[in-house]
Design a protein around this ligand. Structure first.
Ligand SMILES: CC(C)(COP(=O)(O)OP(=O)(O)OC[C@H]1O[C@@H](n2cnc3c(N)ncnc32)[C@H](O)[C@@H]1OP(=O)(O)O)[C@@H](O)C(=O)NCCC(=O)NCCS
Length: 169
């Protein structure tokens, strides 16, 4: 298994991986809309010639930020083909994705998802940094990982994803 940046030829397979893993097309369509926007990152997990996993990151903004907004990326979606799940591929997508976000200059990463899955990577509840998600989400589901100490000390309040997240139904 190797993880690499998506290539143009991967687009159809990425759509399929997301649609199958989530059991619906919402996330697959969202990736299609976000693809190519500034400060996005799209990685695939490849076994042989097959795309078996995918992870995407896109920039978020803060309601209250002072003095200037750091680059912060939102993780999601992440998807692994059902027959390849529970083999560590999702973990590698997150770990390598986070490292590439750091190299892109992202100071922190936010995520909306299963608290247990993301806690293992060091994501803490966003409330602990006085941040909340623009969407109504279960307790503990919105989390943040600071990539350097104090990265979010000047950011407070509502965190907004790209408008494509709301538009994509
Ligand atoms: C979530 C997902 C990407 C994990 O991929 P994966 O390759 O199976 O992950 P890993 O093999 O690295 O598993 C890491 C851990 O997460 C746990 N895990 C896997 N899938 C999980 C899920 N859907 N919910 C909660 N925990 C999950 C595993 O138990 C494993 O823990 P363990 O090491 O203690 O056994 C994959 O299950 C998936 O595509 N799910 C459907 C899409 C989805 O819900 N994505 C968003 C998740 S918030």
């Amino acid at each position: 298994m190797m993880i690499r940046a998506e290539h143009p030829a991967d687009i159809a397979a990425i759509y399929q991986v997301n649609a199958i893993a989530f059991g619906r097309e919402h996330e697959a369509k969202l990736v299609a809309r976000l693809r190519g926007l500034p400060h996005t990152l799209s990685l695939v997990a490849v076994v042989g010639d097959a795309i078996v996993g995918h992870i995407f990151f896109s920039p978020v903004t803060f309601e209250n930020v002072n003095p200037e907004s750091p680059m912060v990326l939102g993780l999601g979606p992440v998807a692994v083909q059902p027959e390849h799940q529970r083999q560590g591929i999702g973990t590698q997508l997150v770990l390598q994705g986070v490292e590439q976000c750091r190299q892109m200059g992202s100071r922190a990463i936010v995520v909306l998802g299963d608290p247990q899955f993301y806690a293992r990577f060091g994501f803490i509840p966003a409330e602990e940094r006085a941040l909340r998600c623009e969407y109504t989400v279960p307790n503990g589901a919105f989390r943040v990982l600071e990539l350097e100490p104090g990265a979010l000390q000047n950011c407070r309040g509502l965190v907004r994803y790209r408008p494509e997240f709301a538009d994509c139904e």
